[in-house]
Design a protein around this ligand. Structure first.
Ligand code: SIN
Length: 425
């Protein structure tokens, strides 16, 4: 169906179809919203690639303050403790809410959430789905929910090119489509565009994650924060494939070790060895590689024979490279993995530009500091999507009712498939 874009005037616009964007749209229901996604839903969002799951203090031996202590320690003194406290307290119920939306998390035979361990966590607190397929499963459930939500219009294959801003207030979004640009007038825009890994040669992110949200925000005059805070994951599969397949930290959580070509566990001198914070492990591996060694993950003993069952995505990537992870060493090296910096936001996800919010990897909330604790980012996205939606819902519409001459010159009945599976209000 093609639609007259005038019918969308004033609706909040969410740019990005990953977990942060879709969940914000769902939380906004029944308010009608428009979600713009450059690619078909789920096809390129880095969310769908997430192997690690969601960190939350759900175990009997755990609580949000222990989770906070690990987050602050990993963040190298640069986390915002107040926002971290708020997010980590909200994490357990945000995960429950995802279950309610239909996400099938891994559970014990008794039905409790199965809790995994990842580096720098003092407790088992990582919730996964399908072993190492957490992102896929969450996206499956959210896409299903979005497709059946009458309040959400999904616009796929259309890219936001520029935010229109007057007097530091958002007035709309210029979007490109196959024929000509369209102007979507709104006073409320949420950036949920993900990270920047596509800018790096060695990254575990989809190539399309190239900082689009940062560019939109920068051009709109929004304050950006800590852009130099880039996380390198220690264990990407070292081979020719780009993006590089990730070997989740959860594999080390299940006992795999890191060795060099002589079989030496050269990280043993570190406190917590292979499970030291991610930046520490990545730096130690990089130093060893720079000294002429080769570095491998050894999962032959642990997880051993259960490797493929526990980590089907990783086992399949290894098989593609001719490696049987239960029998062979897996060559690894660090690769760009996550951007802790981003568009500076307050506790409700508001940026310094009125009417502009940011959520997920594109945002800099202060939770991660200089080094994100494993699996805290999906948690941040699902918790903050709720707060962003509340803030957007409580904001005045702020939309202009009259178009400028430039906007009027543009065609406003667009054949570029502003398509909707839902009835347009
Ligand atoms: C991993 O599974 O090692 C990655 C998890 C994350 O980046 O949080």
């Amino acid at each position: 169906m093609s639609a007259d874009v005038r019918s969308f005037f004033g609706r909040p616009i969410i740019i990005g179809g990953g977990i942060a964007g879709l969940l914000t749209a769902l939380h906004l229901a029944p308010e009608p919203v428009l979600v713009l996604s450059r690619t078909p839903l789920g096809s390129e969002a880095s969310s769908a690639w997430a192997q690690g799951g969601l960190a939350a203090s759900l175990g009997d031996d755990d609580n949000p303050m222990l989770h906070l202590a690990d987050t602050l320690a990993a963040g190298a003194g640069l986390c915002d403790a107040e926002i971290a406290t708020r997010i980590l307290h909200a994490a357990p119920s945000a995960i429950e809410n995802l279950s309610t939306l239909g996400v099938r998390f891994d559970r014990t035979p008794e039905g409790a959430l199965r809790l995994g361990l990842e580096a720098a966590h003092g407790r088992r607190r990582i919730v996964h789905a399908d072993g190492d397929g957490s992102g896929q499963e969450i996206m499956r459930a959210l896409v299903e929910a979005v497709r059946s939500a009458p309040s959400i219009v999904m616009v796929e294959g259309v890219e936001a090119r520029r935010l229109a801003v007057e007097d530091n207030k958002v007035t709309g979004v210029w979007a490109s489509c196959s024929t000509s640009p369209v102007f979507l007038g709104t006073g409320r825009v949420v950036l949920a565009t993900g990270g920047i890994g596509g800018l790096f040669h060695d990254s575990t992110n989809p190539l399309g994650s190239s900082g689009q949200g940062l560019a939109l925000a920068a051009r709109a005059g929004a304050v950006l924060a800590d852009l130099e805070f880039i996380q390198f994951h220690p264990t990407a599969l070292d081979g020719p494939a780009r993006p590089m397949p990730l070997i989740s930290e959860a594999v080390r959580g299940e006992g795999a070790t890191i060795v060099d070509e002589t079989g030496q566990r050269f990280l043993e001198y570190l406190q917590d060895a292979e499970l030291a914070p991610r930046d520490v492990v990545a730096r130690a591996i990089w130093t060893h590689l720079s000294n002429g060694h080769r570095v491998f993950l050894d999962g032959r003993e642990k997880p051993g024979p259960t490797f493929a069952r526990q980590f089907p995505t990783i086992a399949s990537a290894c098989r593609g490279a001719g490696i049987d992870p239960a029998q062979d060493l897996i060559p690894i090296r660090p690769a760009q993995h996550y951007h802790m910096g981003g568009v500076a936001v307050d506790r409700d996800g508001r940026t310094s530009v009125a009417g502009l919010w940011a959520c997920g990897e594109v945002a800099s909330t202060g939770l991660h500091g200089a080094n994100r604790l494993a699996s805290n980012s999906l948690t941040e996205a699902i918790v903050c999507a709720h707060w962003v939606a509340e803030s957007v819902a409580g904001s005045p519409l702020g939309v202009r009712t009259r178009l400028t001459a430039r906007e009027i010159r543009r065609p406003i009945h667009s054949p570029c498939a502003l398509s909707s599976h839902a009835a347009l209000a």
